[in-house]
Design a protein around this ligand. Structure first.
Ligand code: CAA
Length: 414
């Protein structure tokens, strides 16, 4: 294997995550409060304080959007006023946490920051179903797209139909994606989905669009999460071990339209930005799919997971559905044969937390969970149920809108 080229090293040194759907008082479930809790948890986990931060990136929420979200948060927590602080709001939808991670790296490499937090939090489960849909429907809607409510599930459903028509994926393969994620989630103590679901349960559940049932939608949730990135100089100055956490060794971003055309006959492969983003990230790190031990892939709907396994090179183009279905059956058989000793991650090292479909999805937050799970895997803290043996490198992918923004980052234990 050729040696890996590493640019100036920027490390992800700690993560913080609130529980999903906390329910103690109304104040505790505001997005801003969840962001603050997550930030404090990340700083505590690193043994650092707010005064150490000189960069802050925040992703806006849907439940309580603020003008200049990151400045709002920085002011709330007392980071501002203050000198030499770089504070920036990033909005690439669900890709936001991965865009934020890459932006934090740029702040450290080129803008003089040395400890940057990336924060996201939302409380969309705290909204009534009606209010959530009113807001969610406005995000990717356009008269030209003619998407019925629920707009986002309908948009992805249309793309699933495109994939069925053009690549022959089946309804069962879509459902297998959700069933597979529910097996993964059932092995994570913080996931919302506690019990694996079957393809039959998924197919017979209430449909919210022609080929999408309610059990094939990102699971609406409340939660906050934060990442801390630091320069090697900062670690040295603070007397923190130089090999703390993981290195950000590559990244790529690409864009697609905000909504799909109204007819699947007008769709084409240029709509999908994940393949390009993954290609740029692999190129920067001089790595390929075989070098990756864990994949944290965005899976807001089954078609997103299916396109993602193709985009990152786990399956050839057009074969993502068959790949996921095969892995699902392999895992079912393995667990039947040896319920204690078989580990799903040995055959499918993807979303060991259960992804948006089963772990939980607070709007723009969930790519954070892909990163947090990657961090746990690479630092050998995923626990016996989920740990991937000798996990050295991870790929994390965030997707915004309806395949509208893709951000991919590569992390390494070096
Ligand atoms: N797994 C298991 N159960 C689920 C589930 C899932 N994935 N999704 C819903 N359910 C079940 C649960 O029992 C749930 O209740 P609890 O979570 O409290 O147990 C119950 O269904 C009801 O769920 P909702 O309250 O969400 O149901 P609803 O009838 O009000 O709405 C829906 C149904 C229209 C499908 C709504 O859930 C929905 O719109 N989901 C998709 C959310 C979405 O679009 N997220 C963004 C994805 S795109 C993206 O992530 C990119 C970006 O840029 C943001």
């Amino acid at each position: 294997m050729p040696p890996i080229r590493i640019p100036r090293s920027v490390r992800l040194i700690a993560t913080g995550m609130t529980p999903l759907n906390p329910r103690s008082t109304a104040a505790k479930v505001s997005p801003s409060n969840l962001m603050q809790q997550a930030l404090r948890l990340a700083l505590d986990n690193a043994g650092l304080g707010l005064r150490d931060l000189n960069g802050l990136i925040a992703v806006p929420s849907l439940a309580d959007t603020h003008f200049m979200e990151a400045h709002y948060l920085a002011t709330q927590v007392g980071m501002l006023p203050g000198k030499s602080k770089i504070v920036r709001t990033v909005d690439t939808g669900g890709a936001g946490p991965v865009t934020g991670l890459l932006e934090a790296k740029r702040m450290i490499m080129y803008e003089g920051a040395d400890l940057v937090a990336v924060v996201a939090g939302d409380a969309v489960k705290n909204l009534t179903g009606e209010e959530f849909l009113k807001r969610a429907d406005q995000t990717c809607n356009h008269p030209a797209a003619e998407l019925p409510s629920p707009v986002i599930p309908s948009g992805y459903d249309r793309i699933a139909q495109y994939q069925m028509k053009n690549f022959g994926i089946t309804r069962e393969q879509l459902a297998a994606s959700s069933a597979l994620m529910s097996i993964m989630a059932s092995r994570h103590p913080s996931a919302l989905t506690r019990k694996p679901r079957t393809i039959e349960e998924i197919l017979s559940a209430r449909h919210v669009a022609p080929v999408t049932s309610v059990l094939e939608c990102a699971r609406r949730a409340d939660g906050g999460a934060a990442l801390l990135l630091a320069s090697s100089n900062f670690l040295e100055r603070k007397g923190i071990a130089r090999d703390t956490g993981v290195v950000v060794i590559g990244g790529g971003e690409a864009s697609g339209p905000l909504f799909p055309p109204k007819s699947i006959d007008d769709m084409n492969e240029d709509m999908f930005s994940c393949e390009e983003a993954a290609g740029v990230a692999y190129e920067e790190a001089q790595l390929g799919p075989r070098d990756i031990d864990f994949f944290g892939l965005y899976d807001c709907f089954p078609i997103c997971l299916i396109r993602a396994v193709e985009a990152v090179g786990l399956a050839p183009k057009g074969h993502g559905g068959a790949y996921v279905e095969e892995k699902y059956h392999q895992i079912l058989d393995g667990l039947k044969r040896d319920p204690e000793g078989f580990h799903p991650q040995d055959v499918f090292p993807v979303n060991t937390h259960g992804g948006l479909l089963a772990f939980g999805a607070p709007w723009e937050v969930p790519a954070m969970y892909n990163i947090i799970e990657a961090f746990a895997q690479l630092t050998n803290r995923a626990g016996p149920e989920r740990q991937i043996r000798n996990a050295r490198r991870a790929l994390v992918y965030g997707n915004g809108g309806i395949f509208s923004a893709s951000a991919v980052a590569l992390l390494s234990r070096l």
